[in-house]
Design a binder for this molecule. Structure first.
Ligand SMILES: NC(=O)C1=CN([C@@H]2O[C@H](COP(=O)(O)OP(=O)(O)OC[C@H]3O[C@@H](n4cnc5c(N)ncnc54)[C@H](OP(=O)(O)O)[C@@H]3O)[C@@H](O)[C@H]2O)[C@H](O)CC1
Ligand SMILES: [K+]
Length: 521
């Protein structure tokens, strides 16, 4: 699913109004009705108090339309105008008058210095104060209103975007943003829903179709995408009836050091579980027996050194290579890594100590084969690209890095993000259970395994991170967050593949809720 920028959203509105020959108030009406329909379908007329807080721009206008429809359908509604500016948007004013014509309970204005309205934890707050038009820090009294929302513990539904959240930078203070239970976002989710520093304001989101011109939606290229099932399904390569293992590639995993051979085993197992035909592990000598004994499907080549890799020399012709898991950063290993990089021509995934070796000696970056895949977690990324101001700046710097060295950077996190040629691909699967030893090694194995099968770097990364997260999502149903271990992610990869062909679902921003135990109803 595409994630449109603020400018693209405004342009989409403008074009829709023009092409469909409607007024902007008509579009606002449509947006408001889509909010109403969504809520009405869930509330089914329940008499719960709904407090609609409206700003003075078009986001506020959306709130006014919603309030009007809720009132005419008999809901228990109170409307407030959060009067943070003397300005009023035209469509706000139109809908302000329409609301006054509908009910005797006219909106109540809230100003600086007023007492804040009572909110009970049973109420529903509708947050239609700021939308994508927020362009500067908000006043203290509005911050106090947001704090008041949070303290009430009431369910908070944000219209389009949580008020206070910018589309292009991280707010300085946590209190200056509404914590949403649910965002009903027009047409497209916003990038901020998925970044570590701003996703805390987002519990769940839904994208509501408000009839923006379909041609525009189809033709407009966006910088960011959120990858759900429908996005990765076209990448899937079907197997022919007469296919044999030679067609699915031969992956080589290079890594391991004394005490860290398990990382190589996990990555190699993940290679085969992702569908590659053959896997070879290249490790120090100490890896030979454990790997052969515990993982008979793998072939093993060893270094001459017992405990670490000192010379990467093999006489096979792999179709992909994953390097770095458990590798260590001994001087001799660094030299071997450098020699390897200078001569390698095979599609490559670099993880863990492979990345640390690159940051220790960044002259090596120029030897990276085009389209190499780097899979750093944020700390490893920082060592590679330097510090950043905030998450938006991090993406900007990562894009510049990826472009400069012609590589793909997968930033691991709750929503992993692949950065490739100026574009961002955000994964929608995965859960906090993945915060466990070895889950990164498994991801490296899955991506290397897909590369071996002929997936492009971008496909292997997007499809790989989706499958890896989906496998963990399926696994926690049985294991729970705490007990999920990296081996489970390998075990459930098959289920993740099968799930691709179950009915498609929509991506979700938030980490999954902890599943209820089987006895809990
Ligand atoms: N297709 C769609 O997505 C549609 C979305 N709609 C809704 O419109 C909003 C965007 O509306 P807009 O009027 O542009 O902006 P806001 O409502 O977010 O903000 C209103 C104005 O407030 C001013 N502003 C900004 N920051 C501050 C601040 N910190 N303090 C005070 N005032 C502030 C700013 O005006 P200035 O001239 O003063 O700079 C804003 O313009 C979108 O999110 C949707 O909810 C449409 O209804 C239909 C289609
Ligand atoms: K809002």
């Amino acid at each position: 699913m595409k994630i449109f920028s603020k400018e693209q959203i405004y342009e989409g509105d403008r074009l829709t109004i023009k092409k469909q020959n409607i007024s902007s108030a008509d579009l606002m009406e449509r947006a408001g009705i889509s909010l109403f329909n969504w809520l009405d379908a869930r509330l089914q007329g329940a008499p719960v108090p709904i407090l609609v807080f409206c700003g003075i721009g078009n986001n506020g206008g959306n709130g006014l339309v919603l309030a009007r429809h809720l009132i005419t359908h008999g809901y228990n509604v109170k409307t407030f105008i959060v009067d943070f500016s003397d300005k009023r948007s035209q469509d706000f004013l139109i809908n302000y008058e329409r609301l006054k014509g509908t009910t005797k309970d006219w909106p109540i204005s809230i100003h600086d210095g007023d007492d804040l309205p009572l909110i009970s934890d049973q109420d529903i707050i509708v947050d239609a104060i700021f939308g994508v038009g927020l362009n500067r820090p908000i006043s203290n009294w509005v911050v106090n209103l947001f704090k008041h929302f949070k303290a009430s513990k009431a369910l908070t539904v944000s219209v389009d975007i949580p008020s206070g959240l910018f589309t292009d930078r991280v707010p300085k203070h946590e209190d200056a943003v509404v914590f949403s239970s649910l965002i009903l976002s027009f047409q497209t989710p916003k990038l901020a829903f998925f970044l570590p520093e701003t996703s805390k304001y987002v519990d769940q989101w839904e994208a509501l179709d408000i009839g923006i011109d379909t041609q525009y939606l189809q033709d407009t290229e966006t910088e960011a995408h959120i990858l759900g099932k429908l996005d990765v399904l076209p990448m899937y390569k079907q197997r022919g009836k007469f296919s044999h293992k030679g067609e699915f590639g031969h992956a080589l995993i290079i890594g391991g050091s004394y005490g860290k051979i398990g990382a190589v085993q996990l990555a190699s197992r993940a290679v085969l579980a992702s569908g590659a035909g053959l896997v070879t592990a290249f490790t120090p000598k100490c890896g030979y027996i454990p790997l052969q004994a515990a993982f008979p499907e793998a072939m093993v080549i060893t270094d001459l050194d017992e405990e670490k890799i000192t010379n990467i020399d093999f006489n096979i012709k792999p179709t992909s290579i994953g390097i770095g898991v458990g590798l260590g950063t001994d001087e001799k290993t660094l030299d071997a890594f450098e020699t390897f990089l200078k001569s390698n021509t095979v599609p490559l995934v670099i993880d863990a100590d492979g990345l640390n070796s690159l940051s220790k000696n960044n002259k090596l970056l120029k030897y990276l084969k085009e389209d190499s895949i780097l899979t750093p977690h944020p700390k490893e990324l920082e060592r590679l690209i330097g510090a950043w101001e905030d998450d938006f700046d991090k993406l900007k710097k990562t894009k510049a890095f990826a472009k400069k060295y012609k590589v793909l950077v997968l930033i691991k996190g709750a929503n992993s993000i692949a950065v490739y040629q100026d574009k961002l691909y955000i994964n929608s699967t995965g859960n906090p259970g993945l915060a466990t030893a070895g889950s990164g090694d498994v991801l490296t194995g899955v991506i290397t395994g897909l590369l071996a099968q002929g997936y492009t770097a971008l496909e292997a990364t997007c499809f790989g991170m989706y499958l890896h997260g989906k496998s963990a999502d399926i696994a926690i149903e049985f294991k729970g967050y705490q007990s999920l271990i990296a081996s489970d992610v390998i075990s459930y990869l098959g289920q993740a593949y099968l799930d691709l062909f179950e009915l498609a679902e929509k991506p979700s921003a938030a980490p999954k809720q902890e599943p209820k135990s089987k006895n809990e109803k």
